[in-house]
Design a protein around this ligand. Structure first.
Ligand code: G4P
Length: 190
C-alpha cells in the first residue's frame, strides 16, 4: 500500500536493524484518515471470502482491525492480553512469548464471542517473530473457527514471522514489507 509506505518513509524511525518506531501514526498517536484507508484496503483484499469476524490482538491491532470490521460490516473481537494464568472455563487461553519484550503473557478470548461457524480474519500492526499471530491462530482454532488469513500493516520480512505463518497454511497479507533496516535506513520489498 503506497500510502502507508510513504508515511513510513516520512515519519517512521528505524532505530536500528530490528526496531521501527511508528508512534506518530500507529502505536502512540493514530491518524484516522490513514487508518480508514488501511481498513478499506484490507477489506477489499478479503471481501467475498465469507468472513464473519475480525480478530484484533490487543492493543495496537485494534485500530486497523476496527476500520477493517467497519469496511466489511462484521463484528470485531479483541484477543485480550492478561498477566494471570488462572484457568477460567469461560475463556479460551494460551500463553505467548514475546521475544522483543522478553515477557510471557496470556492471550484470552471469551467463548461467548466465537464459534465453529466463524470464519475469522486476524489483523495486527506488526509481523515480526510471529509469536502473537501464532498464538491468535491457536486461540481461534480452539473454538474450531476457520481462519481467512492474517493482515498486517508492517511485515519485517527479515524476521521469521511470515514463513512461520505461511507454513501453518495461513495467508499473510502485508501492506508494507520491509526487507532490510539499519539506523535511519528502511528498504521495502517492491
Ligand atoms: P511477534 O508478535 O511477531 O512475535 O513479535 P514480537 O513478540 O517480537 O513483538 C512483540 C511486540 O513488539 C508486539 O507488540 C509487536 O507488534 C511489537 N513489535 C515487533 N517489532 C516491532 C517494531 O519493529 N516496531 C514496533 N513499533 N513494534 C514492534 P505488542 O507487545 O503486542 O504491543 P502492542 O500491540 O500493545 O503495541
Amino acid at each position: 500500500m503506497e500510502l502507508l509506505k510513504e508515511k513510513i518513509k516520512q515519519e517512521g524511525i528505524a532505530v536500528n536493524e530490528h526496531i521501527l518506531k511508528v508512534d506518530s501514526f500507529i502505536n502512540h498517536q493514530i491518524e484516522p484518515g490513514l487508518m480508514q484507508e488501511i481498513g478499506k484496503n484490507i477489506a477489499d483484499h478479503f471481501r467475498d471470502r465469507g468472513i464473519t469476524k475480525i480478530a484484533a490482538i490487543e492493543s495496537s491491532g485494534i485500530a486497523p482491525a476496527l476500520m477493517t470490521s467497519v469496511a466489511l460490516d462484521v463484528p470485531l473481537i479483541i484477543l485480550k492480553k492478561q498477566p494471570s494464568k488462572i484457568l477460567n472455563q469461560d475463556l479460551y487461553q494460551t500463553v505467548v512469548t514475546s521475544f522483543t519484550k522478553e515477557t510471557n503473557y496470556e492471550l484470552t478470548l471469551s467463548k461467548k464471542y466465537i464459534s465453529a461457524e466463524d470464519h475469522v480474519l486476524i489483523v495486527d500492526d506488526f509481523l515480526a517473530n510471529g509469536e502473537a499471530a501464532t498464538a491468535a491462530l491457536r486461540l481461534l482454532r480452539m473454538s474450531h473457527a476457520t481462519i481467512a488469513g492474517l493482515a498486517v500493516l508492517i511485515e519485517k520480512s527479515f524476521q521469521p514471522g511470515h514463513d512461520k505463518l505461511v507454513s501453518q497454511g495461513v495467508e499473510v497479507y502485508a501492506l508494507a514489507q520491509i526487507t532490510e533496516m539499519a539506523e535511519n535506513f528502511i528498504l521495502f520489498k517492491e
